[in-house]
Write a protein that binds this ligand. Structure first.
Ligand code: NAI
Length: 304
């Protein structure tokens, strides 16, 4: 069973995408607001029913219903309002995420935890530390979303099919996000040979800023994160061993320890099967390091 804690906009959408991809027979939506997860479950079940998809969505306010879950997505908490950064959510969401993880420990201590709540990297740190799970079983979704935005900008700039586009975004899921043009391509043709440096710089900047634009226009980002969550779950439950950017706890990789940040990793049945260390150049390292500093600073401000 897949459990999604937080049946709001992103949680509901993650349930829908996961069901459409047939990722499990049962998906549980859990929330503290009475009626919300139940209503969301009904709505999704109605859609699945017409499509003939035999995935049952259940809504609940009772954490004990998550017993037996093999994957738990943590997407409970406040979202950004226009003008806010992800870090502005730190203290409130830290408390929420801590209480959620206590319940995961109690009812689903064999599960894989996928944190999504923002600010993503510090929340992943909390999930890892509070759960006490092995680090391969706790990894956050943020880079997947950033990558999908970078891909869209590459698609718009080159006019090439979305099928051909490969892109990578690592680092902090926040102000110091690191889109990597050197590791992005159109069917293996390096982006750096297809577009000018000025154009690439523009795409990188747009990738960093577009979430704020979506929030300004419609209040929240919903479908791209919902999809990103389901892509990660797909790689786990189907043992796909895809290389995906995820936020994980570093233990010496990239020269850092005791911090969580986005890096590429092989995702399979055990969660993070392998962390991939890229040979970053000086410019890339500088932004990656700024992200590390920002996350470390946030972690030092929360009590775990
Ligand atoms: P939302 O407000 O629509 O939903 C959040 C839900 O969490 C609410 O239904 C609320 O009742 C529930 N909740 C609060 N405390 C809870 C608890 N202790 N137990 C269970 N449920 C609880 O917010 P939305 O838009 O779905 O975003 C959720 C979080 O995901 C935010 O922190 C947002 O910033 C983050 N986010 C992260 C992304 C990423 O790429 N990592 C992308 C988009 C959003």
């Amino acid at each position: 069973m897949i459990t999604i804690i937080g049946a709001g906009k992103v949680g509901g959408d993650a349930a829908l995408f996961s069901a459409l991809r047939n990722l499990d027979d049962q998906i549980l939506l859990l929330d503290i607001v009475k009626g919300l997860p139940q209503g969301e479950a009904m709505d999704i079940n109605h859609a699945l029913s017409e499509q003939g998809i035999d995935v049952e969505i259940k809504g609940s306010n009772d954490y004990s219903d998550m017993k037996g879950s093999n994957i738990v997505v943590v997407v409970a908490g406040l979202g950004r309002k226009p003008g806010m950064t992800r870090m502005d959510l730190l203290q409130k969401n830290a408390g929420i995420v801590k209480s959620v993880v206590e319940n995961i420990k109690k009812y689903a201590d064999d599960s894989i935890i996928i944190p999504v709540t923002n600010p993503l990297d510090p929340m992943t740190y909390i999930c890892y530390k509070v759960s006490g799970f092995e680090r391969n079983r706790v990894f956050g979704m943020g880079g997947m979303l950033d990558l999908s935005r970078f891909k869209q900008f590459i698609h718009e700039a080159t006019g090439h099919s979305r099928h051909s586009i490969r892109a990578l975004v690592i680092g902090e899921h926040g102000e110091n996000m690191l889109p990597l043009p050197r590791f992005s391509s159109v069917s293996g043709i390096p982006l750096t040979s297809l577009l000018s440096k000025e154009k690439i710089d523009e795409l990188v900047q747009n990738t960093r800023q577009v979430a704020a634009k979506v929030i300004e226009l419609k209040g929240a980002t919903v479908h791209a994160p919902g999809n990103g969550i389901s892509t990660i779950i797909d790689s786990v439950v189907n043992g796909k061993m895809q290389v995906l950017p995820i936020a994980t706890y570093l233990d010496g990789e990239y020269g850092y320890s005791d911090v969580t940040i986005g890096v590429p990793a092989v995702i399979g049945k055990n969660g993070v099967e392998k962390i991939i260390e890229l040979d970053l150049n000086d410019e890339e390292k500088e932004i990656f390091n700024k992200g590390i500093e920002s996350v470390k600073n946030a972690i030092s401000c929360i009590q775990i």
